[in-house]
Design a protein around this ligand. Structure first.
Ligand code: NDP
Length: 299
């Protein structure tokens, strides 16, 4: 039987609607408007698109959006001064510095200069440590989106075998920690893993975050497994000369024939990432005002 396709566009629209309702409630009952500040250094084309999308989505849910576009030659000291100003601005509840940064800027230093409470990307070392030790933290948006979809599809994840393929700091590792926190038995696979196909075949859940187009094929997947494809790869279009198409890290057709459920690319995990950024900003706003956190929008 063909796998159920988990529609990330519909799911993300639901998350954004929930965020929008909570934002309205905050405005009406407490006169508080959550605010997200996004910093873009330089003119990277993909980053410009991401920042524009983040701005539009932030406004759409009724939050304040503060965009800071800096020249690619901006000295580190100026960027740190801006972050310091935003850290101390009570109107700003979330701060995100779009990555990658130009080469002369120390990414680690910049990320760790955002106070953990406003670090809506969840990349600050304190948030990484708190997630790893099972404490309340800001959780990276992409893994949070994957977790929400898994919980929605499977209910309780406790006891399930989950394989995360990829061990990056922004996807693989936080994803594994989140699944562990939900009491999955977690395996992290990477480029040196032996027998990776058979490890995946035994999994109830496979998360693909490798950045290799269509690497995971149907023969890697056990009957009925849930497959979440984080990958976004641009490859030459097979039928249209000079055009490109987006594919995931999973070979959709062959995996669909084995899996119980699968997220497509595009339209799966991608839309959830911005929705979770908005959810994180709302969570940060509630926490900073000593208010109850929105249910179902945090890990
Ligand atoms: P990274 O390049 O940082 O990490 C890739 C990981 O995959 C590494 O741990 C690497 O292993 C592992 N890997 C690479 N090749 C293989 C292989 N042949 N077999 C097994 N493991 C392998 O990527 P990211 O985590 O940043 O991103 C992964 C994918 O997700 C990309 O396609 C990216 O575009 C996409 N992405 C999508 C987002 C979304 O919003 N949907 C957000 C973020 C990322 P090793 O460590 O051993 O080198």
């Amino acid at each position: 039987m063909a796998a159920k396709v988990i529609d990330g566009k519909i799911f993300a629209a639901g998350v954004r609607a929930q965020v929008g309702e909570q934002v309205l409630r905050l405005k009406n009952e407490k006169n508080i408007i959550p605010g997200l500040a996004v910093i873009l250094v330089g003119e990277d084309a993909a980053s410009q698109v991401y920042v524009r999308n983040k701005h539009t989505s932030t406004i759409e849910v009724g939050m304040n959006s503060y965009e800071h576009r800096l020249d690619s030659n901006t000295p580190e000291v100026d960027l740190l001064a801006l972050i310091d100003q935003l850290n101390n601005d009570p109107k700003v509840h979330g701060i995100l510095c779009q990555l990658p940064l130009p080469g002369h800027l120390n990414e680690e230093l910049v990320i760790n200069s955002i106070i953990p409470e406003k670090d809506v990307d969840g990349f600050h070392i304190s948030n990484v440590g708190m997630l790893a030790t099972g404490q309340k933290s800001m959780v990276p948006c992409t893994p949070l989106g994957c977790l929400m979809m898994l919980r929605d599809h499977l209910g309780l994840l406790s006891g399930l075998n989950a394989v995360v393929v990829g061990r990056s700091n922004i996807v693989g590792k936080p994803m594994a920690n989140l699944l562990l926190r939900d009491s999955c038995t977690v395996t992290i696979a990477h480029s040196r893993t032996k027998n990776i196909e058979s490890i995946c075949r035994n999994a109830d859940i496979v998360i693909a975050a490798v950045g290799q187009p269509e690497m995971i094929t149907g023969d890697w997947i056990g009957d009925g497994a849930t497959v979440i494809d984080v990958g976004i790869n641009r490859i030459p279009h097979p039928e249209k000369d000079g055009k490109f198409k987006l594919v995931g890290d999973v070979h959709f057709e062959s995996v669909s024939a084995k899996a119980g459920a699968i997220t497509p690319v595009p339209g799966g995990v991608g839309p959830m990432t911005i929705a979770c950024l908005l959810a994180n900003t709302l969570t940060a706003c509630c926490r900073s005002n000593g208010l109850e956190e929105p249910e179902g929008l945090t890990a």
